[in-house]
Structures are given as C-alpha cells and as structure tokens.
Design a protein around this ligand. Structure first.
Ligand SMILES: [Fe+2]
Length: 261
C-alpha cells in the first residue's frame, strides 16, 4: 500500500493587493511554488494559519484568494492569530464546530484533526474544554491521526515567541488528552522556524513560515525573507514508519541522478 503523504505549509502572510510587504520577502511567489510542489506529491495540503499578513482584512483575503485561484490545488485551512476564523469559514465554505474552525480531514490511511487555537485580538492561542473533549472523542477510534493547529504546544526558548504560544492551561489539557492515545504528531506553525520536541508520548513539530523566517540574535528577535519551504509527513499502513521532513523548493527544482537503484 502506498504511503499517506500530508504537506503542511504555514504562515504565508499574504498581503492584500496594494498593501505593503515585509522587507525583501515574496509571500505570493513562495506560497505558489510550495503549493504547486506539494500538490504533486501529497494526498492533502494543509495551511496552518496566518494565511494573511496582519489583520484578516477583506483586502488581505482578496490577495490570499487570488493565490489559491492561481493554482489547481485543494487546501485545508487552519486559523492563525492574524486570521479571522469566522471570515475564513464564510469565504472558503469551511466546516466548523460551535463557530470555531475545528474539523476532521479524512486522508487515505488516517485523518487530520484541525483545531482552531486562534482567539480574535490575541497573539497567543487557546483550546477550551469543549475542543479538548471533542479531540478526545476523535482520537478514541485509534485511526492514525495528525493533530494540526496554528499555535505551538511547547516552549521555543525565546520570550517573544513563548508569550504567544498555546497558553499554559491549554497545554496541560492537550497533554492530558494526547497522552491517552496514539497520535502520529501534533503539528503547528506560528514561530516561523523549524523545530520539534517530544510531547505527551508523541512528537510536536513547528513548520517554517513560507513567507519569512524568525531567528534570535542576542536579545533581538529578527526576521529575514523565507524560502518556499514546507513540512511533509508520511506513514504506512496503520500509521507505521511515520516520517517528517522539511521540503525546500529550489529555484528551478533541479535534481540530477546520483545513483539508480
Ligand atoms: Fe505568522
């Protein structure tokens, strides 16, 4: 049986037509390249939030919609702190629960549980009791599952980022639920850097931003233009042989045969 392959693109931060860009970055070009590349090799493509640049304005979503319309790819969307969850549900006809962008994406050998960790007007994230109970019930069938949300569930080591991760109570609740089940991974974005850490008996991953990258220099949180990068998760029958890797789309994506098997 072929492996199930899920692509995770994060934090594209698409601006509206005419809006100012972050210095030197090419969010539209990078997202387009990543979507085209990922769609050729994946069963599903997921964008884990901060679909738009700053404030979830109609103009920003106009820009994001233009990118989606320019590529023949179906995407699953997650809400980030720069998004407006309810607006996304309306614009992209997304499923929801209790007004939140919580839904299950079925994939060939398993599923992705998409959770809405964004709270309007706040940089940090949260999951309430109802969401955690729903997650618990979704995990009880033993199907190989990825859990996806915008906000990371572990500390990244920088004050500026750790103050806007998933809040402490939500991390405690999520740890409790995940530890009771077999979960392939918990995947997020938000930190604009590539990280992983053990979490509640599985692994939590942070996907790099496809628009711009964060890094620490001394006491400063810096940013620079990002690469068209995304995460790829794959697994075999019953969730066996799970793997995660970063995919970078090179300018012309040129590969040369080194050895044939
Ligand atoms: Fe972001």
């Amino acid at each position: 049986m072929p492996r199930t392959v899920i692509a995770q693109i994060s934090d594209p931060h698409i601006t509206g037509p005419g809006d100012e860009l972050f210095e030197g970055s090419d969010p539209v070009g990078n997202l387009t390249k990543a979507l085209q590349h990922a769609s050729q090799r994946s069963n599903a493509v997921l964008i884990t939030g901060d679909c738009v640049a700053r404030a979830g304005t109609d103009n920003e979503y106009r820009g994001f919609s233009e990118v989606l319309a320019s590529v023949d790819v179906e995407v699953a969307l997650c809400a980030g702190n720069h998004d407006e969850s309810e607006k996304m549900q309306r614009l992209y006809s997304l499923p929801s629960r209790n007004g939140r962008l919580d839904y299950v994406l079925a994939v060939p050998e398993g599923k992705v549980v998409v959770m809405d960790s964004a709270r309007l007007g706040r940089g940090d994230g949260a999951l309430d009791r109802d969401q955690l109970e729903w997650l618990d019930s979704e995990l009880s069938d033993g199907v190989p599952t990825l859990i996806a949300m915008h906000h990371p569930c572990f500390a990244t080591g920088g004050k500026a980022l750790d103050s806007v991760r998933l809040d402490d109570a939500s991390i405690v609740g999520l740890t409790d639920v995940v530890a009771r089940h077999d979960v392939l991974a918990v995947v997020s974005g938000h930190a604009h850097m590539t990280l992983s850490a053990p979490f509640a008996g599985t692994t939590a991953y942070i996907c790099p931003s496809v628009a711009y990258e964060f890094g620490f220099q001394g006491r400063n949180l810096m940013h620079r233009p990002g690469l068209p990068q995304y995460m790829e998760y794959s697994w075999g029958t019953g969730g066996s042989a799970f793997m995660a890797r970063v995919v970078t789309v090179a300018p012309d994506d040129q590969w040369f045969i080194m050895e044939s098997f």
